[in-house]
Design a protein around this ligand. Sequence first.
Ligand SMILES: Nc1nc2c(ncn2[C@@H]2O[C@H](COP(=O)(O)OP(=O)(O)OP(=O)(O)O)[C@@H](O)[C@H]2O)c(=O)[nH]1
Ligand SMILES: [Mg+2]
Length: 293
Amino acid sequence: MKSGFVAVVGRANAGKSTLVNVLVGEKVAIVSPKPQTTRDRILGVLTTKDYQIAFIDTPGIYRADNLLNSVMQKTTADSCVDVDAIMFLMDAHEGISDTDRALLKKYTALKIPVVLVLTKIDIMPESLLIAELKELAEENVEVVPVSARKNRNIKELIKVVLDKLPDGEKLFEQDIVSDRSEKFMLAEIMREKILLKFEKEIPHGIAVIINKFALMDGGNMYEVNLDVICEKPNHKAILIGKGGKAIKEVSSFARTDMEKFLGKKVFLTTYVKVKEEWRNSTQLLKQYGYEEL
Ligand SMILES: Nc1nc2c(ncn2[C@@H]2O[C@H](COP(=O)(O)OP(=O)(O)OP(=O)(O)O)[C@@H](O)[C@H]2O)c(=O)[nH]1
Ligand SMILES: [Mg+2]
């Protein structure tokens, strides 16, 4: 059988996590319209009787203006070491930028097979797609246009990726879809709801810490107790909202998704706390689970 690791990289918001979720057929990574949604390396494993592909979802490429972002950029760079192929995702529905061209050069120079994936073609005029495919034909790299949202060309993408993988053994047990724990996913679900609800710098300055995750009520439901860490007292006020309205609303959306994910009812308690400048504190980053520099 064919098997291997494939790093999924690209600029923030390119559609990496959405595509990995579609490829593995399960939600292993959260998605939002805001850049820098993914902060960690997350494995999504696709297993059939003929092959196993371990996709590595990564934080999007973005300017590193604080320590957390630097850690994220390092995570992405490290994820491209010792992989069998790289899927470089380009959201070019408004045209190919100079940054896209520079990144493509960088990845093709790594001497690892690269598949260039043009994402979001469902919102792209066909004439632009044709023009871009023509332009990219000169780059000496295989190009696959896809839409994860509309499930277009996903099978073709898998075929192209498989071509780059060696024959080998299974890397993971049949039923493994991700390497992340339930606790990690619960925190991510809460972060996703905050990313979807709040604007500007508030969601980017959030960390979610699970204090308690345990069965209760004779095993019929889960108790989840979490902290939402934010950077400033005025952010805390906005997150909580008048009479607690805002935090109640996001907690309720999060609880619904947590229940779907765990397959049991969830009793969720949320606290909002302030830790100024946590994104620039080595100690707090470590404490909150973001890898060290
Ligand atoms: N129209 C359209 N939108 C898409 C498609 N794939 C992703 N999106 C949207 O693009 C936005 C970003 O998607 P993500 O999957 O979070 O992007 P990402 O590359 O993982 O982003 P970071 O984790 O921030 O680097 C979300 O609003 C998605 O719904 C697609 O095929 N078509
Ligand atoms: Mg992502």
